[in-house]
Design a binder for this molecule. Structure first.
Ligand code: AHR
Length: 878
C-alpha cells in the first residue's frame, strides 16, 4: 500500500514548506491552464511593446486593447475591473461616464457620475487597474448635480482638477491634491471642460478614453481575470460532479498521528451565535410576546410604503356592535409610544381582535398573561371580556375586567387555555357603552425560557442554548448599523419599561418593538453562560442605505459624535456599573443589580471602510479604550474575505492595534473546501479574528443541504487549527420564521409551534458542545495522494483541559468511506470508552442522520468514516 505523508500546517518550518509545495502545485496547474488559454486566444505570439488601452463602461470599468485604435480586442472576457459601490444594493449601484487618467507617480485615477440627483461624484485610485483603493463620494457645493465629471492632473501643482456639467448645463470645477480636501467649487466656462472621451467599436459603439500603455499592463489585466476565473472554477465545485471526479476512487485507509507534545492554546470562545432581528427572529420569534403590533406603532414606512395594509391597525380588527376603532396619539402613554387604540362603543358587544403573528398558538393547561394599558375617555366602569378564541374550537379561555379610571392604568389577568390550538385570536369585547383607549395590549406565555418575565420563547431559546455558544453577538448585522443614520440601532431605546421603549423600523422590512432589548439580550447571555457581544454602529449606517442622504453610507455629523460616543461608554456602565451609577441603577431597576460582566463590544458591521468610517471608528475606539481599557473592542474588516474594504479594514485595525477584527463571508462549499488554509498564514502578531458571519450555500442560490453543512464542518476544523488567531466564529443568520424569511440559508427555521434545526445546526452543536482550549497538531497519512481527495478529509484534535477530554473531529467529504487508525502517541487509549457521534447523509439531503455510539478504544483503534460524514470522537484522557 502506498502512503503519502501529509504533515499538518501549524506554523513550523516543515509545515510552511508543505504549504508552499501545495501552492506551487496549484500555481503550476493554474499556469498550465493559462497557457492553454493563451494558445486559444488571438493574442499575437510576438507581443507589441506598447498598445492603446481603451477604458469603457458596462456598469463598471472594462478595458480593450489595440495597436491601431481601430481594431479593439476586449480584455478579460467581460470582466469588470471596477464597480461603483454607491447606492442601495443591486440596481442603484451604477457607474456612469467613468473618466480615467494617470496621475501622480503614474497612479490611475478614475472619477464617475453616480446618479442624476446628487451633487456628488465618485473617485477611486489604483496602481495597476486591478486592485482599487477605497471609493469616495465628495459632496460639492455648486450645481444641481454632477454629470460626466472629467479629471485632469497638473504635475507642476501636483493637483487634480475635476470639471463637470450639471442639469442646468452649467460648468463647474474644483481641485484636490488628496481626494479628501477640495477647493470651493467655481463656475467655469465650457472651454474649461476638456473631455477627451472618444467612441470606439468594441462589441458595439462604446465611449471611453484611450491611453498608451506597455503591453505588460494588458498582460497583467488578462492574468488577473484568468486567476479569478480559475478560482471561480474551484469555488463552483460541488458534489454533483463527484461521480465523475472520483470515478475510480476506492474506500480509503488513513492514519491520524497526533503530536501531543506540540499542543498549543486556542481560544475558548470559538463557537458562538450571532442573533439578528432578521426573518422575524425577534418579534414573532424568539421574543415570546404573542400579540402583533401591541403598541399600535406599526407604520407604513416600516415597509417603505410598499404595503397598503401595513399601518398602525395592522393585525387588529373590530367586529360587531355599533362602534368605531381608530388609532389616536393625543395624550398617549409615553412620547416614545404615542399611538393607542381608541374605541367608541355605542352599543355593547363590539370586539377588538388581534391575530398574533400568523395566529396565536396555545397549549392546554398553560397560562397566558394578558395585560393592557387602559383609559376611559367617556363612561365609567367600562366592562371588558377578554377571550382566547380558536377559529375551530371557539372560546378557550375567558376573563372579565373593568376600566374605572380616566387616566392610563394597567389591567391584567391570567388566561388558562382549555385546549391546544394554533388558530387563536385574542378578543377583547366591550360590554358597556363608552369611549376607551387601549395600548400595549400583551399576551405573554408564563412558560418562557428560564421563566423570565418579558422573556424568550422556551423551545427556540433552548435550541440555541443547546449549541452551548460561548458568546452571543447581537442585535445585528445590518440591523445594528441601520438603513440611514436615523435607523442606527440605539441601545438606550431598547431598555426600561416596555411602554417607554422606542420602536423602530426594521431595515429588513418590518417593525421592531424593542421588547427584546439590551436587558433581555444580556439576561439571555447570562442564562446560557455566553459572553454578550453587542455590536454598535461605527458612527456610520449601512453602505447600502436607501434612506437619509443620497443612498450612501454618510456618517453621524461630527457635532453629534460626542453624544454618540457617550452612549457607548454609558452602555458599559449599564452592563457593568455599580447600582449607584446612573446607568447601573437602570439595570438594577430592571431586576438585575449584579453586573452583567460585559467584556466585548463590536464597533461596526461589515462597513465600507471609507474616510467617513475611519474618522468615526477611530474616535469611538480611542474614547472607549480610554474610558474602559478593560473592554475588548472588535473592529470590522468589511463585508468580504478580500477586496478594498477587507484590506482597508485590516489596515486601520492594525494601525490602531484593535484587538479583534470581524470578518464576514457567505460562500459556496467549493470555497470552503479550497480555502482551508485561509488563516494558516495570518500574522499571529496582528489583530485576532472574529469570523462574525459565515455560511455555505450552493452556487447560484441561497440553498443548503448536507453538502453545505459538511463543507462548514470541514472548514471549522481549520478554525480550530487556527484557534490561536481566530478567537470567535458564528454562523449567520441564526433564526428564520417560515413565511417571513428575507434571507436564506439560516441555521434554525421555525413556525409558531415547531423548531426545525437544519443539518448545519447539528454541526454547530457538535463544535459548541465539544470545544477545547488546546489544539493538538496531527499528521494524516493517506492512501491516496491526489490533492482533490486529500482536501476533502479534514480533521482537528482538541483537548478540553477542564474535563481532561480529548476530542477528535474528522470530516469525510468523499463519496467513499474512510477507515482511520488513530495514534495518540503517549496518550494511552487502551480500554478507554469513547463517545462517537456521526452525522451522515447524502449530499443533497435536507436533513441529516445522527448516530451516537459508545466504543472501547484500543491501541491502533480504527474509526470508520462513512461517505459524506462528520465524525466526532470524545473521551476522557488518563
Ligand atoms: O446575516 C445577514 C446579514 O448579512 C447581516 O445583517 C449583515 O451583516 C450581512 O450582510
Amino acid at each position: 500500500m502506498t502512503y503519502l505523508f501529509f504533515r499538518e500546517i501549524s506554523g513550523n518550518e516543515v509545515e510552511k514548506s508543505k504549504h508552499l509545495l501545495r501552492q506551487l502545485l496549484l500555481f503550476c496547474i493554474f499556469f498550465l491552464c493559462l497557457n492553454a488559454l493563451t494558445f486559444a486566444s488571438p493574442v499575437p505570439s510576438d507581443e507589441p511593446d506598447s498598445v492603446y488601452l481603451f477604458t469603457y463602461n458596462t456598469n463598471g470599468l472594462r478595458f480593450a486593447w489595440s495597436t491601431d485604435q481601430k481594431n479593439w480586442t476586449p480584455i478579460g472576457a467581460g470582466h469588470v475591473y471596477l464597480k461603483s459601490d454607491y447606492g442601495r444594493w443591486g440596481s442603484e449601484k451604477k457607474m456612469n461616464s467613468p473618466y480615467l487618467i494617470r496621475g501622480k507617480d503614474g497612479v490611475w485615477v478614475c472619477v464617475w457620475q453616480i446618479n442624476t440627483y446628487t451633487p456628488q461624484f465618485a473617485s477611486a485610485t489604483s496602481k495597476n487597474l486591478i486592485n482599487w483603493g477605497p471609493q469616495s463620494y465628495p459632496y460639492l457645493s455648486s450645481g444641481k448635480n454632477v454629470l460626466r465629471p472629467v479629471i485632469t492632473y497638473n504635475p507642476q501643482k501636483e493637483s487634480y482638477k475635476i470639471t463637470y456639467v450639471d442639469a442646468d448645463g452649467k460648468y463647474y470645477a474644483t481641485e484636490t491634491k488628496d481626494f479628501k480636501f477640495y477647493t470651493p467649487v467655481a463656475e467655469v466656462s465650457v472651454a474649461a471642460y476638456q473631455n477627451h472621451t472618444i467612441s470606439a467599436d468594441i462589441e458595439q459603439k462604446t465611449e471611453g478614453q484611450v491611453h498608451r500603455v506597455p503591453w505588460s499592463v494588458v498582460a497583467e489585466l488578462k492574468k488577473a481575470q484568468q486567476l479569478i476565473q480559475y478560482k471561480n472554477t474551484l469555488n463552483n465545485e460541488t458534489t454533483k460532479d463527484d461521480a465523475e471526479r472520483f470515478a475510480d476512487l476506492k474506500p480509503l485507509e488513513t492514519k491520524l498521528s497526533a503530536q501531543m507534545a506540540l499542543a498549543k492554546p486556542i481560544s475558548k470562545l470559538l463557537t458562538g451565535v450571532f442573533f439578528e432581528d432578521i426573518n422575524y427572529a425577534a418579534d414573532g420569534g424568539l421574543y415570546a410576546e404573542l400579540i402583533q403590533n401591541r403598541d399600535f406603532e406599526y407604520h407604513p414606512s416600516d415597509k417603505s410604503y410598499d404595503d397598503k395594509n401595513w399601518n398602525s391597525k395592522y393585525a387588529w380588527s373590530l367586529k360587531g356592535g355599533k362602534a368605531t376603532f381608530t388609532v389616536d396619539s393625543l395624550n398617549g402613554i409615553h412620547p416614545n409610544n404615542p399611538h393607542y387604540a381608541l374605541l367608541k362603543v355605542n352599543e355593547p358587544g363590539a370586539s377588538l381582535f388581534n391575530t398574533g403573528f400568523d395566529g396565536i398558538t396555545v397549549k392546554r393547561g398553560e397560562t397566558y398573561h394578558f395585560s393592557t394599558f387602559a383609559k376611559a375617555f367617556e363612561g365609567k366602569n367600562i366592562s371588558l371580556t377578554v377571550n382566547l378564541v380558536s377559529a375551530k374550537q371557539g372560546v378557550l379561555a375567558q376573563k372579565k375586567l373593568s376600566i374605572s379610571s380616566g387616566s392610563w392604568k394597567v389591567l391584567k389577568t391570567p388566561l388558562i387555555s382549555s385546549s391546544n390550538a394554533k388558530d387563536v385570536s385574542l378578543e377583547i369585547t366591550v360590554n358597556s357603552v363608552g369611549s376607551l383607549g387601549l395600548d400595549m395590549i400583551s399576551l405573554f406565555p408564563e412558560k418562557t425560557y428560564k421563566g423570565r418575565k418579558n422573556g424568550l420563547r422556551a423551545d427556540l431559546a433552548t435550541t440555541i442554548a443547546n449549541i452551548k455558544p460561548k458568546f452571543v453577538r447581537f442585535p445585528g448585522g445590518c440591523v445594528a448599523h441601520g438603513d440611514g443614520i436615523a435607523n442606527i440601532y440605539k441601545w438606550k431605546n431598547s431598555i426600561g419599561p416596555l411602554e417607554s421603549r422606542k420602536p423602530d423600523r426594521n431595515l429588513w422590512g418590518y417593525h421592531q418593538t424593542m421588547g427584546l432589548g439590551y436587558f433581555e439580550y444580556f439576561q439571555f447571555c447570562e442564562d446560557i453562560g455566553a459572553e454578550p457581544v453587542p455590536v454598535i454602529a461605527a458612527g456610520v449606517p449601512c453602505q447600502n442605505s436607501g434612506t437619509g442622504g443620497g443612498g450612501q453610507q454618510g456618517g453621524i455629523p461630527m457635532s453629534e459624535m460626542p453624544q454618540y460616543i457617550q452612549d457607548i461608554i454609558d452602555l458599559v456602565e449599564y452592563a457593568n456599573g455599580a447600582i449607584n451609577t446612573k446607568w447601573g441603577k437602570k439595570r438594577a431597576e430592571a431586576g438585575h443589580p449584579k453586573p452583567f460582566a460585559l467584556k466585548y463590544i463590536g464597533i461596526g458591521n461589515e462597513d465600507q471602510i471609507t474616510e467617513v468610517f475611519k474618522e468615526r471608528f477611530t474616535m469611538i475606539y480611542n474614547a472607549l479604550q480610554k474610558a474602559h481599557p478593560e473592554i475588548t473592542v472588535i473592529g470590522s474588516a468589511g463585508p468580504f474575505f478580500e477586496g478594498t474594504d477587507y484590506e482597508e479594514g485590516w489596515k486601520i485595525g492594525s494601525d490602531l492595534k484593535v484587538p479583534i477584527l470581524d470578518e464576514h463571508y457567505y460562500q459556496s462549499p467549493g470555497w470552503f473546501i479550497n480555502n482551508q488554509d485561509f488563516y494558516d498564514q495570518y500574522d499571529r502578531n496582528k489583530s485576532k479574528v472574529y469570523l462574525g458571519e459565515y455560511a455555505a450555500s450552493l452556487p447560484g442560490g441561497n440553498r443548503t443541504n448536507w453538502e453545505t453543512s459538511l463543507s462548514e464542518a470541514l472548514y471549522l476544523t481549520s478554525l480550530e487549527r487556527n484557534g490561536d488567531v481566530v478567537s470567535m466564529a458564528s454562523y449567520a443568520p441564526l433564526l428564520a420564521k417560515e413565511g417571513h424569511t428575507q434571507w436564506n440559508p439560516d441555521l434554525i427555521y421555525f413556525n409558531n409551534d415547531e423548531v426545525k434545526p437544519t443539518p448545519g445546526y447539528y454541526v454547530q452543536k457538535i463544535y459548541g458542545q465539544n470545544a477545547g482550549d488546546q489544539y493538538i497538531p496531527a499528521d494524516l497519512i493517506l492512501t491516496d495522494q491526489l490533492e482533490k481527495v486529500r482536501k476533502r478529509i479534514a480533521y482537528s484534535i482538541v483537548k478540553d483541559s477542564e474535563t481532561n477530554s480529548i476530542i477528535i473531529k474528522i470530516v469525510n467529504l468523499l463519496p467513499v468511506s474512510v477507515n482511520t487508525t488513530i495514534d495518540l502517541g503517549e496518550v494511552k487509549i487502551d480500554g478507554i470508552v469513547a463517545t462517537k457521534t456521526t452525522l451522515a447523509g447524502k449530499p443533497t439531503d435536507k436533513t441529516v442522520t445522527q448516530t451516537i455510539d459508545l466504543t472501547t478504544l484500543k491501541k491502533g483503534s480504527q474509526i470508520n468514516l462513512p461517505a459524506y460524514s462528520f465524525t466526532m470522537v470524545r473521551f476522557v484522557g488518563n
